[in-house]
Ligand binder design. Sequence first.
Ligand SMILES: NC(=O)c1ccc[n+]([C@@H]2O[C@H](COP(=O)([O-])OP(=O)(O)OC[C@H]3O[C@@H](n4cnc5c(N)ncnc54)[C@H](O)[C@@H]3O)[C@@H](O)[C@H]2O)c1
Length: 259
Amino acid sequence: MPRLQGKLCVVTGGSRGIGRALCQAFSNEGATVILTDIDREAGQHSADALGCRFMPLDVRAEADWAALAKQVPACDVLVNNAGITGFESATGPHDPEHASLADWRAVHATNLDGTFLGCRYAIGAMKAKGTGSIINVSSRSGLVGIPGAAAYASSKAAVRNHTKSVALYCAQNGWAIRCNSLHPAAILTEMWDAMLGDGPDRAERMAAFVADTPLRRFGTVAEVAAVAVMLASDEAAYVTGAEFNVDGGLLAGSAASPG
Ligand SMILES: NC(=O)c1ccc[n+]([C@@H]2O[C@H](COP(=O)([O-])OP(=O)(O)OC[C@H]3O[C@@H](n4cnc5c(N)ncnc54)[C@H](O)[C@@H]3O)[C@@H](O)[C@H]2O)c1
């Protein structure tokens, strides 16, 4: 029996990377999937390939969420997956001393405002039934400081905390609407291209990035999706306000004393 049979799942940032893998895994488990993304062309392309329905949605735009609520007034699962590091547009450094306010705000607008708006939509779309699963994709960077990506780390830490507020709010209201956060690290997607480049030293750079990861490799998008399937399913009916690391063991110990 497919684990998500009969469920309507909405995924943000679904056109590539982790989001696309989530859409694929949810479809494989029998769900009806609405793949959303800011990138219309790539989103439509991925949705067609996976047999999902595509809807354009910029997670920063309140009007886009209102349009989704109109067209999809009820859903069972929402994954707030869309996110940016801020390095994609690379206007300058992202450390606490030199980051520009514009860059800081841009990262928070997508990662944090987008997640807030998504949770707000999902509560409205789930409360009539009184059940549902909201999955917020945070990061390992939401649990530790990252000097060179301060805005990203701050936004992901706020996503972790907002997850718990949403979980408690829903429980207080007597709804079995669960909200949990995922904390991936070093999952090989296009998000890494700005950091790894495509030059002859790419393999060397990749090895350097995972040198402190106990499992000594990048993770795959399917490995993140597998955990999300569990959280989306009724198998996780007693799991809310929790955080799940998908990081090859990185957060299990200190990189400073790996032995
Ligand atoms: N890849 C990793 O190692 C890693 C690690 C930790 C956390 N994460 C998180 O996982 C999520 C997915 O990461 P990924 O590696 O697949 O990234 P990615 O860059 O490959 O894909 C991100 C997707 O989000 C979409 N997007 C960007 N801005 C958007 C917006 N305003 N509205 C709607 N869609 C938007 C993009 O078009 C793209 O399809 C992100 O939240 C990211 O922070 C990734």
